[in-house]
Write a protein that binds this ligand. Structure first.
Ligand code: RIB
Length: 286
């Protein structure tokens, strides 16, 4: 079982469903509303755990009404929360609108995630003891860099999902072993990705493609499902990929594509992340 540390964000998602998304200046009626724990870091941690990994989460919640539920959802999923801190002020929140086609628009307010400016010696110890470090960009980038460089120095495989897109230093890219990007991110980062030994680009319903440093490419076909909500599908892909990376890129992508597809079949991020048995059923139907 791979030991994975996720250093990243945790948000309460405020999810509204609509037939279509509003134009600028327009008011429309929504169809439903729900509060669903999310955040790229937390989603990826839960996905890695459900995907078969042993997972520890390093992150922060605030001292507001959402904090308890956010911490609880990680604990209930079996993710280690000994490095989850509670800081003063609001937890991270994400206002999410999902349209009739399952596409979303998201506005994230970082809250406690923005205050993840330092890693303690206990955090660093947990990172050094892992097989894989998995990061995203919803916490301050200097913290991601510190985690990645510490992981690299201790022989821990560094996986970066550079989302949401922002400018990154050559120093950070140099510390990354595996980048997991969608097509938009691949286009935005362009040549910066060339130094990363393993790049996996997700292609939505079409699956994913791997490229190695030698230019080798491995395509992985997608799995057909009825899409309800794509929120968190990329996170599910990244988490499950990290949990199965030790099996090699082909096998890891097969697991990750199946899990990512299943994650689109329900509304909400964390609640849609499949259990290992569900992924297995898709990969080896009886
Ligand atoms: O990737 C999906 C996630 O992005 C949501 O859960 C939301 O919290 C935002 O962070």
């Amino acid at each position: 079982m791979a030991r994975i540390v996720v250093v990243g964000s945790i948000n309460m998602d405020l999810v509204t469903t609509v037939g279509r998304r509003p134009e600028p200046g327009e008011t429309i009626s929504g169809e439903s509303f729900a509060l669903v724990p999310g955040g790229k870091g937390s989603n990826q941690a839960i996905a890695a755990r459900r995907g078969g990994g042993e997972v520890e989460f390093v992150g922060a919640v605030g001292d507001d009404v959402f904090a308890g539920e956010l911490a609880g959802v990680l604990g209930a999923a079996g993710v280690g929360v000994s490095r989850l801190r509670r800081v003063e002020g609001a937890s991270g929140v994400a206002a999410i609108v999902v349209d009739g086609g399952g596409e979303n628009s998201i506005i994230v307010v970082g809250g406690a995630n923005s205050r993840m400016t330092e890693l303690s010696s206990a955090d660093l110890e947990v990172i050094a003891g892992a097989d894989v470090l998995l990061c995203q960009l919803e916490i301050p980038v200097p913290t991601v860099l510190a985690a990645a460089e510490h992981a690299r120095a201790n022989g821990v495989t560094v996986v970066l999902n550079p989302s949401p897109v922002q400018e990154l230093s050559e120093r950070l890219w140099a510390a990354v072993d595996i980048a997991v990007v969608n097509e938009g991110e691949a286009a935005e980062f362009g040549a910066a990705l060339d130094v990363v030994p393993h790049v996996i680009t997700t292609l939505g319903a079409a699956g994913a493609v791997y490229r190695g440093l030698d230019g080798r490419k491995i395509p992985q076909a997608g799995i057909e499902v009825e899409v309800i909500d794509t929120t968190g599908a990329g996170d599910t892909f990244a988490g499950v990929l990290a949990a199965h990376w030790h099996e090699g890129p082909e096998a890891a992508m097969r697991w990750a594509c199946a899990a990512g597809a299943l994650a689109t079949t329900k509304l909400g991020a964390s609640v849609a992340i499949p259990e290992l048995a569900e992924i297995e059923r898709v990969l080896s139907p009886a």
